[in-house]
Every structure is written in C-alpha cells, then in structure tokens.
Write a protein that binds this ligand. Structure first.
Ligand SMILES: [Zn+2]
Length: 226
C-alpha cells in the first residue's frame, strides 16, 4: 500500500516533468485531484498526499479557469463520480484518442468531451504514448481512436498489433485519418472497428460511430479497489 503511494507520487513527478504529457485532473467543483496509473490501477492525488508536489500541479494549471487548458485532460475522480453519476459511474469507459496535430486534437477532443461527458478522455500526441497506455492493459477502455500517421509509432502499427490481441477483444479501434477508403478499409480488415475520414466525415458521423463503438465494446471495468 505504502509502495503504491510512493510509486504514484513518483509517477506524478515524471508527468509534471514531461511537458508533452497530459495530466488528468478532476473537473468537479473545488476538487482538482490528479490521476496517475500504477500497474493499471488508478491512484488519485490531492493536496494532502504531498503538498509541495501538488502545488506544482496547481502552478502548472495556473489560475486560469479555462477548462480547455491544454496539458490537462478533464475527468472525474471516483468520489465525485459516484456523487455526480451514481451507479452509472461504475460502468464508465475511457476513450483513448491519439492525434499529433495540436489544433486538430483539441478540436476533436472537445467534441468527444461534449458528447461523452460520462466517459474519461485520454488524449495522446504520439503513438509511443498511446502504446505505453495500451501496455497497461485493456482495463475499462471503451474505444481507441487513432490517427494513422503518428510520431514514434503509427496508428496503423498499433491497430495491427493490438486490435487482434486476445486481451483487447471487445475494445474497438477506430482509424481517424485522411488516408482514403483504400487504406482505411484495409486497416478495417485488420480488425479495426471502423475507418473515419478526418476531413470528409461530419461531426455527426464521428459522434455516431464513437457512440456505436462504445455500445459494442465489452471491456471489463478496472476494479478500482482503493
Ligand atoms: Zn474529484
């Protein structure tokens, strides 16, 4: 128990040092706890856990009330989740979304947040970071949406590698790129759930496809025994 706590604080420090990373923060009024994953399990860190480290989070966050502040991804901690969503909270799913262009990422992440407020959203700016997240296990991942061309590791490689894996069965992968139907359909043949053209498909089509994927995913929620 003590080790997990120590490890969670170490992880938070690493995340604060990584300017490219996103810090998941609880968006409930007055909470602002931050989440780290230790062996695939969520640990939520607040001011009481390590005041000086936590002050760095708030410093990072700034005094801006802007909820779309980049570098942060808004989610809800278990306490606030249960309070706000009741039993529905237990079944909530996480959306992983990888896109390397910042503007494009913010646009679609905003659409996801607006349409799926009951889900956690974790954005990634390269394939390496997305894969690091996938390596922690399928857990409660409801859908993975990825661009095709990404730094470090491409979305195609990730889909080829993970969409067919036994432990990722029930996790839909959506290719969201500008490759056109030929490449798009060939990725679907490699067990991707769907291909969405980043330019040609409308917001409605995007939202409906993600909703359909979430309804068809059957990943098991991670036991969040604290
Ligand atoms: Zn909270």
């Amino acid at each position: 128990m003590r080790d997990r706590k120590t490890e969670s604080l170490r992880q938070l420090e690493l995340m604060l040092n990584d300017s490219e990373g996103f810090l998941p923060i609880c968006s409930a009024e007055g909470c602002k706890k931050v989440r780290v994953l230790v062996d695939g399990q969520e640990v939520w860190i607040g001011r009481d856990d390590d005041p000086s480290l936590y002050d760095r989070v708030i410093e990072h966050y700034g005094n801006s009330p802007d909820l779309n502040k980049s570098g942060f991804t808004h989610t809800v901690c278990p306490e606030d989740g249960k309070r706000l969503y009741g039993e529905y909270w237990e079944d909530r799913k996480t959306i992983l979304y990888a896109e390397d262009h910042e503007r494009v990422r913010e646009l679609w992440a905003g659409i996801l947040r607006k349409n799926f407020p009951e889900c956690d959203l974790e954005p990634f700016s390269d394939g390496g970071a997305l894969e690091a997240r996938l390596r922690k296990g399928a857990g409660n991942i409801g859908v993975v949406i990825t661009d095709g061309s990404l730094p470090i590791k491409t979305g195609y490689e990730i889909i080829r590698q993970y969409a067919q894996r036994e432990d990722f069965r029930g996790v839909p992968f959506i290719l969201h790129s500008t490759d056109g139907p030929t490449i798009g359909n060939s990725v679907v043949e490699q067990k991707a759930f769907a291909y969405l053209d980043k330019i040609k498909s409308s917001e409605t089509e995007f939202v409906m496809t993600v909703a359909y994927a979430l309804n068809h995913s059957d990943s098991q929620p991670t036991a969040s025994s604290q």
